[in-house]
Write a protein that binds this ligand. Structure first.
Ligand code: PLP
Length: 358
């Protein structure tokens, strides 16, 4: 095996329990994008045992994958679903999202009376301008719901800047309540209301309502700028050195590099951007080998990176850490001009996931 991702399930449990104790409300575990690259079925199985109340995924296909993996709890599907798949979902305990009139009308038209057998949450837009109903759309939506006897269990929205902007976050909460009041005037009442993501769940109490939807904190990505040591990265991306050689002053390394200004000893790692290693870390990133940081030399290739082993005691076949724990994803992501979530969900499925039980 050239490269693998070790996933520490005891840390997943710690992160889950910490968020649970901190937010004191129900948890919707967000396992979209293959659980942020961690492997959605295995992660969801653990979270179900730990007592998550519900799961959220982006697509119908992701929900199906969880059911095939034996997951029993309700699954909220955040994006749209085709009429065909809706019709196939009676008795599957899925919750679909109503976020515009276009799809709602299409569903009613395509599946008729069957729509009564399904569960829905309504997504409302409180300031992100992505998906969901605004105040002025609530009238027509309420009529359609009543006329067609649609089972609406919940309402939710999403924060755009919970980690940085208190004023805007509060305004989103005010907008949320205003929209809910409008529904209630139309005699539509919700069993569940949820709004907070990891950042809001950590930073505030008042937005927690019935559920918080937690993604990044489960996997150990830091939701706030201040580091919270109770949230630990559950992943360590590893590989090994497959070649070591000496390169002389004046020679070159990897693609398009300049002649070396001194002699070096270098190592080759069989991982590159094809596996999800960030090409932006060319010349600037490092890996850790035998607890020592080794700089990346030259550009990250499709299937290889080259590291500086000058004066470092390392042999062929020694393990290296590419990311996680000793190699902070926070630092790596800012060097790569992105965020940790982005890096994790681009890890290729050629990186084998290995779960460490507890
Ligand atoms: C991804 C997502 C979340 C989780 O957000 P984190 O910041 O990772 O906790 C919550 N709600 C919705 C609608 C999402 O799409």
């Amino acid at each position: 095996m050239d490269t693998w991702l070790e996933i520490d399930l005891s840390k997943l449990a710690n992160n889950f329990n910490y968020m649970k104790s901190k937010t004191k409300t129900g948890i919707i575990s967000v396992v979209k994008a293959n659980a942020y690259g961690m492997g959605s079925v295995r992660i969801a199985q653990e979270l179900e045992i730990l007592g998550t109340d519900m799961f959220a995924v982006a697509t119908y296909e992701e929900a199906e994958e969880l059911r095939m993996g034996g997951i029993k709890k309700e699954i909220l599907i955040l994006n749209e679903t085709s009429s065909e798949n809706l019709k196939n979902s009676i008795d599957k305990n899925y919750i679909f999202t109503i976020f515009n009139l276009y799809y709602l009308k299409k569903w009613i038209n395509d599946i008729g009376e069957n729509i009564k057998k399904l569960k829905f949450h309504i997504k409302v837009d409180t300031g992100m301008n992505r998906l969901g109903f605004k105040l002025k759309g609530i009238g027509e939506l309420s009529e359609l719901i009543e006329q067609n006897n649609i089972r609406v269990d919940g309402v939710y929205s999403h924060f755009a800047a919970a980690e940085t902007d208190e004023e805007f976050t509060e305004q989103q909460f005010i907008n949320f309540n205003e929209i809910i009041n409008k529904f209630e005037k139309n005699d539509i009442n919700f069993k569940y209301k949820h709004l907070a993501n990891s950042a809001a769940g950590l930073k505030y109490d008042k937005y927690n309502l019935n559920f918080v939807r937690i993604g990044m904190a489960l996997y150990g990505l830091q939701p706030l700028n201040e580091h919270d040591s109770n949230i630990q990265e559950i992943f360590t991306w590893k590989s090994k050195i497959i070649e070591i050689r000496k390169v002389k002053k004046g020679e070159r390394i990897s693609y398009s590099s300049k002649p070396l200004i001194d002699n070096k000893r270098i190592g080759v790692i069989p991982v590159g951007y094809a596996q999800g290693y960030m090409r932006q870390l060319s010349e600037s990133g490092y890996v850790v080998c035998n607890e020592i940081k080794c700089r990346i030399l030259g550009s990250v290739c499709m299937e290889k990176i080259i590291i500086d082993l000058t004066n470092i005691a390392a042999e062929i076949d020694d393990r290296v850490i590419l990311l996680g724990n000793d190699v902070s994803i926070q630092e790596k992501s800012s060097l790569a001009f992105t965020i940790g979530d982005d890096i994790l969900c681009k890890l290729s499925n050629r990186v084998e996931r290995i779960y460490k039980d507890y």
